[in-house]
Ligand binder design. Structure first.
Ligand code: NAD
Length: 252
């Protein structure tokens, strides 16, 4: 019950999918959760669920691609809860599933704006509060698509590869400040993102399941537990690590 007791944790894109799971698990284990998302209704529902279960949470409307929003959310979370211990850079989009020669500059930029610049903005504006705190844990959602390739969604692959190395760079810069930074690399997980992706790829859920040696897609909690571990002090000797949770996808 108390794996992250009294920690204040921001989860971006917390309204759905993996982010929602992380919010619920962190709250169940004693964290105060700042749930942030573009989707106010679904985000508030996550907060209501947490509060109904006796946990602590508050919703922030937040576009991670907007630096002013990142500054405001970090400041308001600090003013509301008095400190920031954890940040889960979870918000992400898959972008259009087109081959490289058919992509427009705008389509490319839109994916980088959320998946790469969003992680930069949120990290940049949370770090000063973690420095004040004397410690912190940042978890960046990369992907198996940030480790190995596949013949689809090129801007997404580029963005998740960038997140993998941004994680290691920030881990090295802030290690002396006791701020740990790790990345999580999920295989295909049953979320609205994967529903959209399978439709765009003309693939069934079974086709996607069979890409994983374990023979199924993952569930959001199977990633949420990894995030919980990285935010908790149980992972206190981990920084700059890649936590791969992929049903064996990258083991081949
Ligand atoms: P999802 O699309 O199901 O949910 C994403 C959430 O982020 C939504 O609530 C959405 O409203 C929010 N969001 C999107 N853009 C935002 C923005 N600019 N600002 C704030 N919120 C925003 O996605 P998911 O499958 O839960 O994925 C979560 C993270 O995990 C993403 O970074 C994704 O790339 C990564 N990931 C997912 C999978 C998977 O199979 N689902 C695999 C590997 C990595």
């Amino acid at each position: 019950m108390d794996r992250v007791k009294d920690k204040v944790v921001i989860v971006t894109g917390g309204a759905m999918g993996i982010g929602k799971s992380a919010c619920l698990l962190l709250a169940k284990e004693g964290a105060t959760v700042a749930v942030t998302d573009l989707n106010d209704k679904a985000g508030q529902e996550v907060v209501d669920l947490i509060v109904k279960g006796g946990g602590k949470a508050k919703f922030w409307d937040h576009n991670t691609a907007d630096e002013k929003d990142a500054e405001r959310v970090a400041r308001e979370v600090f003013e509301t809860f008095g400190k920031i211990d954890g940040l889960v850079n979870n918000a992400g989009i898959e972008g259009p599933n087109k081959p490289t020669h058919e992509l427009t500059e705008a389509e490319w930029d839109a994916v980088q704006a959320v998946n790469v610049k969003g992680v930069f903005f949120c990290t940049k504006h949370v770090i000063p509060y973690m420095l004040k705190n004397g410690s912190g844990s940042i978890v960046n959602l990369s992907s198996i698509y940030g480790l190995v390739s596949a013949p689809d969604i090129p801007p997404y692959h580029a963005s998740k590869g960038a997140v993998r190395l941004m994680t290691k760079t920030d881990a090295l810069i802030y290690a002396k400040d006791k701020i740990r930074v790790n990345s999580v690399h999920p295989g295909f997980i049953s979320t609205p993102m994967v529903d959209r992706f399978s439709k765009s790829a003309g693939a069934t859920r079974d086709d996607i399941a069979l890409l994983h040696p374990l023979g199924r897609v993952g569930q959001p909690d199977e990633i949420g537990y990894g995030i919980l571990f990285l935010i908790s002090d149980e992972s206190s000797f981990m920084t700059g690590s890649e936590v791969v949770i992929d049903g064996g996808y990258t083991a081949r």
